[in-house]
Ligand binder design. Sequence first.
Ligand code: ME8
Length: 509
Amino acid sequence: MKSYYITTPIYYCNDKPHLGHAYTNVACDIIARYHKLKNEDVYFLTGTDEHGQKVEQAAKLRKISPKKLTDELSKNFLELTKFLNCSNDDFIRTTEIRHKESVHILWNKLIENDEIYLDKYKGWYSIRDEAFFDEKELIKKDSVFYAPSGAKVEWIEEESYFFKLSKWKDKLLEFYSNNPDFVAPITRFNEVKSFVKGGLNDLSVSRTTFKWGIGVPNNDNHIIYVWLDALQNYLSALKFPDTNSLLYKKYWPGVHIVGKDILRFHSVYWPAFLMAANLPPPKRVFAHGWFTNEGNKISKSLGNIIDPIKIINEYGLDEFRYFLFSQVPFGDDGDFSLKALKNRINNDLSNDYGNLVQRVCSFIYNNCEGKIIYDDSYNEEDNNLFNSSINLFESYKKSMDKEEIDKGIKHIFKLISLANIYVDKQAPWKLKKINTQRMNTVLFTLIEIIKRIAIMTYPIMPNKSKKLLLYLNQNIDEISFSNFHSINQNNIIINKPEPLFPKYEDKID
Ligand code: ME8
């Protein structure tokens, strides 16, 4: 059985989760569920990043200890994961013992391999990004320097341990050229390569001016840089340092899904740390784009943070999941607007998908006592629809294998559209009066196609797919691509269908 390890970033515990966090979580859940349908052995990890100056500052502002703050905020992220129906196997917190031990072992390995040395850091630091910047990367406005993210930077001078990143330039470039699929989308991979080609400075990997973090072994004055700490979570969850553990052996290296803001950490620093510790680098890093809210950057200061739970309570979970990934090509930047969400629900889900299901299932329920007799006397038009479903399924898998979720969705909706055209043309309501045997074959064909659609939509809208498969009396404990081609050879009983996707007519503004 092929194994597949997928991770979200671990989120900073300095505030409540918002739309951006929900976006990455759902992306990983879709991809994880997709790989499970392929009968792969999937491990899906998410969690919280709890150390660092940013979290310490947030705790100070609230006049509570960082531990208290992270205990409280981490729960919100865990709850969001559940609320989003994520199928994650583990939720890691960087304040856990298992993680601290794993970071210490990595650190010691880097020391042992002579990859870390003690010196003095003088330069710019952004607390919001928890990142060091070269002056040439900064933007100067009214004599104040800002990081490319817009965050203020501060000048720091302190004793620091350094990781010998500069010496990894050629090894990284060689690794990139041997692994052309390491970073996606390709435009982002090109940015990473040109950054590395431009030369790398050694990286400061410890801080002395605050205390909230994992201490450097054998030097109480220093705490480990929060990114070296955080990235290691991906291995801590696989029981590192026990590289003989089943989890590590089965699942490492894995696939990291991240926002474009943190690609450099995952595609440059992380593989360099791992190679320097004689460990295999990750398999792939996919960097998705950035969501805005009604055209504006989402930020606390603008007061336009979107609470995903509020949206889901009003519009439905699977509708929200579908919207995020049909609206924006996965990898590109995108915009969130309620109008666009309602349009997607009304047009794609209610008019196209929901209507196909409703007109077929209700017809069978109301006119055939919910039963269709098995019949395989398919004509050319039936076979054409079957063949299209197989071709579209293959295209869907090709897209989903590359995490192109939006393209995968387009292939499903092409099949929905073909099925709707087929219903109109075959008109089972007319056949009922003139040829019930043909009506039966048409309905049989449609139920089979709807089953295939429900299987393909399962990773994106798992609850709706299950509901639909239950109308069709299918076993929902064994949803798998192995059931895609198998045509039911028994009579089909349809349960009473209710509309899958209620419309938002009255709410359109
Ligand atoms: O960076 N649009 O944590 P973080 C899309 N702790 N995605 C968004 C988004 C938006 N507007 N805002 C946030 C960290 N995200 C580190 C990660 S990993 C070892 C350590 C998502 O809480 C996106 O996935 O700032 C982004 O990369 C992540 O949240 C940043 O989360």
